[in-house]
Design a protein around this ligand. Sequence first.
Ligand SMILES: NC(=O)c1ccc[n+]([C@@H]2O[C@H](COP(=O)([O-])OP(=O)(O)OC[C@H]3O[C@@H](n4cnc5c(N)ncnc54)[C@H](OP(=O)(O)O)[C@@H]3O)[C@@H](O)[C@H]2O)c1
Length: 249
Amino acid sequence: MAAEDRWLEGLRVLVTGAAGGLGRALVAEADLRGARVAATGRRPNIDTADLPEAAIRVPADLRNPDECRRLVHDAAEQLGGLDIVVNNAAALVCKPFTELELDDLETVWEVNLRAPVLIMQESFPYLCKGTSPAIVNVVSTAGVNGGVAPVSAYGMTKAGLIVVTKAVAREYGAHGIRVFSLSPPAIESEMRRVLPADLSVSTDRVKGMSALGRPAPPPEEIARFTLLTASGVGGLVTGTMIDLTATVY
Ligand SMILES: NC(=O)c1ccc[n+]([C@@H]2O[C@H](COP(=O)([O-])OP(=O)(O)OC[C@H]3O[C@@H](n4cnc5c(N)ncnc54)[C@H](OP(=O)(O)O)[C@@H]3O)[C@@H](O)[C@H]2O)c1
């Protein structure tokens, strides 16, 4: 690959949810573009998932606060620092509001909001010493409009993450760290299996709703945009939510 295509050369990238649909693409793209990557996941298959050989595996259950903190230090130690952190992992609960149980609420709060908050806090000292440092929080339009399926619990945690991103961007900006959230388009992943069948990422449905008349993009395209924006190229992007859904909410 030509040197100019390795636009993450030498940067150190941490990706959570690395064994998932978007996570795998983020790790592969970061590796392809020259970064050194720490891939985190909860399932034992984080060790064997189809990830680039060079990616460092850091298993952690994000429901455990100590593991959230520990994974940042493990990753930074093994990579020799941190430049880009992508909070990509998430849990989806699809249930009518009145049927939500305490464990449902705790799961989404712990994985989707508390974990990114703890990871941002722990990453701060490393990012302060990083090159063009940035944090990306992967969110959802459910955090803006409540979602089309019964995903209120998931949506409220994504809404919280969108807001805390804005607040943290102000505080970290003075240290040269950019923080933005990114709402990806529909991805055919494990997560969507709990959604009603009529919301599947079928090409025709998405294409029909897209303002651009395009089918859902592959995770690789989303990963490339995400990391390019997180790299120095996205110089002025901070605080904002980037919405890649092309109006397919
Ligand atoms: N799929 C979509 O259509 C869609 C739409 C809008 C936004 N998003 C957002 O995009 C991001 C990626 O989603 P995806 O589609 O790639 O979903 P996915 O394939 O289900 O991946 C989610 C990842 O989160 C990890 N995770 C869940 N609970 C965890 C825990 N307790 N500890 C550690 N890791 C945990 C999972 O780990 P394991 O592999 O160990 O289970 C999995 O790797 C999420 O933030 C999601 O909210 C997705």
